[in-house]
Design a protein around this ligand. Sequence first.
Ligand SMILES: Nc1nc2c(ncn2[C@@H]2O[C@H](COP(=O)(O)OP(=O)(O)OP(=O)(O)O)[C@@H](O)[C@H]2O)c(=O)[nH]1
Ligand SMILES: [Mg+2]
Length: 327
Amino acid sequence: MFGTDRSTLLTACRLLVPGSIYLRYNDLMTETTFHCGYIALIGRPNVGKSTLLNRLLGEKLAVTSPKPQTTRHRLLGILNQPGAQLLFLDTPGLLPYQNALQEALVNTALKALADADVTVWLVDPVPPHLDDQVILPHLRALHRPLVVAINKIDLVSKPRLLPLIAAYHQLFPQAAVIPVSALLGDGVDRLLAEIIHLLPVAPPLYGEEVLTEHSERILVAELIRERLFHHLGQELPYAVAVVVENFDESQRPRLVNIRAVIYVEKDSQKGMVIGKQGRLLKRVGQEARAEIEKLLDSHVFLDLWVKVWYHWRRDPKAVRQLGYQSR
Ligand SMILES: Nc1nc2c(ncn2[C@@H]2O[C@H](COP(=O)(O)OP(=O)(O)OP(=O)(O)O)[C@@H](O)[C@H]2O)c(=O)[nH]1
Ligand SMILES: [Mg+2]
């Protein structure tokens, strides 16, 4: 899914000098009514926010999985369209929190909501949960435009969809309600057109070739975590955090040497991540390396270690040190 020119995109992102952007992108600036702004993708866990971000960008930037609470960062994905630059913020799913990690994730999502010029509330194709105390109060208090995107419409028949659209219209009469399938792409063009229409008139903030502002280290750690999410069962994926400790690109593109640590919360989990005779860790490493090589457009040597950080999810300081915090 990664484009071949992706590492160029990301490298360019790191090399950009503030102030040079407008000079280099005169073509974007010639529009007299250029639209630019932040769009927060908000919703419950697992509704498809990250899948939608990847679909909108045409690149795999965000990690996704069938398990809820996959996303842990506010991830910026930049899309350039004729006359507009869209700055999408993927966010962690909103739910009542039970530990320091979940609290940090909810704060991250709410901060993105507060910062955004337009909010896209992504929902499953089910009637609104009117008793929702985590999202609805924030959406009701919103002073900026809202779009409701009913996702996964590939899973429902048309006759079932119409009452759903009506129910969301009734809940937020001022908002456009747009059915989409992030997986298949249905409705995504209409969603884009609606968002552009709602964005403020402003010049582009980023150069045309920039896809994101995140470091390759973070994206690499996320790809490793995604593979762990796919292979680990039950609660174990949630006990895992990944940190890239060494990123040696002195021989790039011949080779990038990466050492990453997978943190778990208990001794017993360490063995589960490593697997019998190291098989699970080996598989995770092989799959992650293939994805990382596409991302970096380079051969990669990936050295994975598993360490225990006792009960890190309960400890706000540990959560921060592992890179999860509202920004
Ligand atoms: N059938 C169908 N499945 C979808 C669609 N969009 C996403 N999914 C699936 O839903 C699951 C969750 O998708 P994600 O994109 O990880 O969801 P998320 O909202 O980012 O989840 P969190 O990061 O946990 O908040 C994955 O298995 C996706 O493949 C869709 O339009 N149709
Ligand atoms: Mg996600």
